[in-house]
Design a protein. Structure first.
Length: 65
């Protein structure tokens, strides 16, 4: 089974460096939507450093308990 190329040059004669730059730009835009990548979980330590108005926020740390 013969596959079609993912990228083909239809006009002009790019240098190897220009082709490498094109492939690099296309590869950097690839998001990989096929794979289910889990969202990195945040720890309680990280969440405690985020300013918010919820219970346990840094604003409440100065209040009497």
């Amino acid at each position: 089974m013969e596959e079609e190329p993912l990228v083909s040059v239809v006009r002009g004669e790019p240098t190897p460096e220009e082709l490498a730059a094109l492939v690099g730009a296309l590869a950097s835009r690839y998001t990989g939507t096929d794979a289910d990548t889990p969202k990195p979980s945040t720890t309680a330590w990280t969440r405690s450093a985020r300013p918010s108005a919820g219970k346990g926020s840094w604003r409440d740390s100065g209040l009497p308990r």
